[in-house]
Design a protein around this ligand. Structure first.
Ligand SMILES: Nc1ncnc2c1ncn2[C@@H]1O[C@H](COP(=O)(O)OP(=O)(O)O)[C@@H](O)[C@H]1O
Ligand SMILES: [Mg+2]
Length: 270
């Protein structure tokens, strides 16, 4: 298969070494993650799957820098991740748009925080509003937009910063099928354009297979990585080959093996 993309260059950006995360709460302790080891290479599009409650969001929060492992370490470019950083942009399922700001002001927000000069800010904001198809809604408030439009605005708000790494926690889970397809095409295009590294949590196996260059499957709690699959269907998803890629034997086989691990039929993998 001919590769349309050569952003993956073999450089490790994020390294997780024996990461453990134990939550301590009043009702007791919960081991959410145990012995998680993972190398994320620059330019990869990683999709993470696993049963509900297995620690996917916890893992994303550690990579984002919102929390630190209780044991082991999480490194970015060889240094421990100590806190959030705009270079790792996070897209949540519920778009965190400020309701009192217009869409344009929301998208502009990160650039303003980073003291980017106004002219430059205006240009970058306009570019990303165009990319996500919201130019005509620049001066509207979030409540005037549909769910899909809000999700696109939220994506633009994160992407204007052109983060090297984009972290997404089931971002399209609440969208209807058609809007979701469009969002997938959009994020694929942006990933290729910016050659960014993407860490994307999803519960939809077809979403994972149509976006990822690598699918990671986690076990139920305490979450561990039990299967890693290299995939390359994403390169064909926007072109004339999309149907044949989606129904190929290779696709079906991978789909089944992922679902078997999630449904714990594949004893060997666990
Ligand atoms: N703040 C918290 N305190 C105690 N337990 C938590 C907390 N956050 C998450 N958990 C527990 O940790 C486990 C993993 O949660 P999470 O990472 O949200 O899983 P997932 O995203 O895979 O559904 C779950 O069992 C959840 O109940
Ligand atoms: Mg979650």
């Amino acid at each position: 298969m001919q590769r349309a993309y050569d952003g993956i260059n073999g450089k490790t950006v994020v390294k997780l070494e024996d990461v453990e995360l134990v939550y301590n709460s009043e009702i007791g302790t919960v081991t959410a993650l145990a012995q998680v080891n993972l190398d994320i290479q620059e330019g990869e599009f990683i999709c993470v799957m696993g049963p509900s409650g297995c620690g996917k969001s916890t893992l994303l929060n550690i990579i984002a820098g919102f929390m630190q492992p209780t044991d082991g370490q999480a490194l970015m470019n060889g240094r421990p991740i100590e806190g959030p950083d705009w270079q790792r942009g996070v897209v949540f399922q519920s778009p965190p748009l400020y309701p009192w700001l217009t869409i344009k002001e929301n998208v502009n927000f990160g650039l303003r925080m980073r003291n980017i000069p106004e002219k430059e800010r205006e240009a970058i904001t306009a570019e990303y509003l165009e990319i996500v198809g919201l130019t005509d809604f620049a001066n509207r408030k979030p409540y005037e937009l549909s769910g899909g439009m809000k999700q696109r605005a939220s994506l633009a708000k994160v992407l204007v910063n052109e983060p090297g790494m984009i972290l997404m926690d089931e971002p399209f889970g609440a969208l209807d099928a058609l809007t979701r397809d469009k969002m997938q095409a959009l994020i694929r295009r942006i990933w290729m354009k910016n050659q960014s590294t993407v860490f994307f949590i999803t519960h939809d196996v077809d979403e994972a297979l149509s976006l990822a260059t690598k699918v990671i499957v986690m076990s139920s709690r305490p979450g561990r990585i039990v299967k890693v699959l290299d995939t390359d269907f994403t390169y064909d998803m926007d072109g004339a080959n999309s149907e044949s890629a989606r129904y190929s034997k290779q696709y079906m086989t991978m789909r089944e093996s992922i679902l078997n691990v999630i449904n714990q039929k594949d004893e060997l993998a666990v």
